[in-house]
Design a protein around this ligand. Structure first.
Ligand SMILES: [Zn+2]
Length: 112
């Protein structure tokens, strides 16, 4: 399952940043070309974060629109072939998965 490896990567990246406390919210930006399913990702994140300071954190996902550019004439659009000259397009954005923000609370703070 694609989402599980993504979730494990998110947990790893977050754990590197968090030294103390508990993570209550994880904000992500996910490119639409990754074909990540938001619900599946939330489920996978629940599994991947179990037993870590991220357990129980809320996952917020922002979508990044796809943007592609023709390798020959520079035309930009969302298709995989150029709308002007028919050449192949390269991806400018939309394939990325970014960890944008973490909200961390002290370990002994009450749960929300
Ligand atoms: Zn073109």
């Amino acid at each position: 399952m694609h989402e599980l490896s993504v979730a494990l990567g998110i947990v790893d990246a977050a754990l590197e940043k968090v030294k103390d406390g508990r993570v209550v919210e994880v904000a992500l930006a996910v490119g639409e070309l990754t074909h990540i399913n938001g619900e599946q990702l939330a489920l996978a994140f629940e599994v991947a974060s179990r037993g870590t300071p991220l357990e129980g954190a809320r996952l917020k996902v922002r979508r990044i629109e796809a943007r592609l550019r023709c390798v020959r004439c520079g035309w930009q659009g969302e298709s995989f072939t150029c709308g002007r000259c028919g050449s192949a397009m390269e991806v400018l954005q939309g394939e990325e998965i970014l960890l944008e923000r973490l909200r961390v609370v002290e370990e002994d703070a009450p749960r929300e």
